[in-house]
Design a protein around this ligand. Structure first.
Ligand code: HEM
Length: 233
C-alpha cells in the first residue's frame, strides 16, 4: 500500500509537497531565529543570539539529554531534504519520458522553464547548505576565529568577507524564487486550486518569498555594514 503510493506519480508529488512544506517551516523558523542577531547583549553579558543557540542545544535535556532533540530535528531535516531531492529527480525523469516529441504549446514551454529553474535553484540551495553547515555549524570553512557555541561572534566574523556576503545574498535570492514557485506548486498538488483562490495563493507565496529574502539578508548586510556591533571578547 505505502509502496504503491510511493511508486505512483501522484504519491511522489505529494511526498515532494509535504517534505517541501516541512522544509519551508524550517526556513521560516530559522529566519525568525536569526533575527535574534539584532537582540543585543543581555544583563548577563551574553548576546541574545548565543542564548537562543544554547536553548536549541538544551531543549528537552532534562528528559532526553543535551542536544538529543536537536539531533532528532537534524535527522528529520535530512530525511526531508533527501526525499525532496529524490522525488524531484524521479518526477523529472517521468516527465521527460512522457514528453511528446514536437509538442510546442506555450503552456508546455513555460512549465518546463519553471521546473528547470526549480532544478537549478535547488542545486544552488544544496551547494549553499553544504557550505553553510561547514561555515557556521562545524566551522571547517570559517577561517576567521570560529568558536563552538559563540554564534553571534561566528556570524559577525563570518560576514566580514564581502565575497561570503555576496554568496549568501545570491543563495537567498535562489531560496526566495524556490519558495515562491514551490509554495504555489504545493497548493496545486494538494488540490487547493481555483480561479478565486489562485490569486490569493500567488499573493501569499510572493509575500512569503519576499519576507524570507529580506529577513535572511538583513543579517549579512547589517553585519558587513557594521550596523551590528563587533562581538565583545
Ligand atoms: C543569512 C542567512 C543565514 C544565516 C545568517 C544563518 C545562520 C546560521 C547559523 C549561525 C547556524 C549555526 C547555528 C548554531 O550553531 O547553533 C546555522 C545553521 C544551519 N542553517 Fe542557517 N543561516 C542562514 C540561512 C540558512 C538557509 C537559507 C538555510 C536552508 C535553506 C539554512 C540552513 C541551516 C542548517 C540546515 C543549519 C544546521 C542546523 C544544525 O544542524 O544545527 N540556513 N545557520
Amino acid at each position: 500500500m505505502i509502496l504503491d503510493f510511493y511508486r505512483s506519480t501522484v504519491g511522489k508529488k505529494i511526498i515532494m509537497a509535504l517534505t517541501g512544506a516541512a522544509l519551508l517551516g524550517f526556513v521560516v523558523g530559522h529566519m525568525a531565529g536569526n533575527l535574534k542577531m539584532f537582540g543585543g547583549v543581555g544583563a548577563d553579558g551574553v548576546h541574545k543570539m548565543d542564548h537562543y543557540a544554547e536553548f536549541l542545544r538544551t531543549m528537552g535535556s532534562d528528559l532526553f539529554g543535551r542536544e538529543t532533540l536537536l539531533w532528532v530535528a537534524r535527522a528529520g531535516l535530512l530525511v526531508c531534504v533527501g526525499l525532496h531531492i529524490l522525488m524531484a529527480f524521479q518526477l523529472s525523469l517521468i516527465n521527460s519520458k512522457a514528453r511528446p516529441v514536437g509538442y510546442k504549446s506555450q503552456e508546455y514551454q513555460s512549465s518546463t522553464l519553471a521546473s528547470r529553474g526549480m532544478m537549478f535553484g535547488g542545486i544552488i540551495l544544496l551547494s549553499f547548505i553544504v557550505f553553510h553547515i561547514l561555515h557556521f555549524t562545524t566551522g571547517d570553512l570559517h577561517f576567521r576565529g570560529f568558536e563552538y557555541g559563540k554564534v553571534y561572534s561566528n556570524v559577525w566574523n563570518g560576514f566580514q568577507s564581502p565575497s561570503v556576503v555576496a554568496f549568501y545574498i545570491l543563495a537567498m535570492a535562489a531560496l526566495s524564487f524556490h519558495t515562491f514557485h514551490g509554495a504555489w506548486s504545493l497548493f496545486q498538488t494538494l488540490g487547493v486550486d481555483g480561479p478565486k483562490l489562485n490569486p490569493i495563493i500567488r499573493g501569499v507565496a510572493l509575500v512569503l518569498a519576499i519576507l524570507l529574502f529580506f529577513g535572511f539578508v538583513s543579517v549579512p548586510i547589517a553585519t558587513s555594514m557594521q550596523i551590528l556591533s563587533a562581538p565583545i571578547g
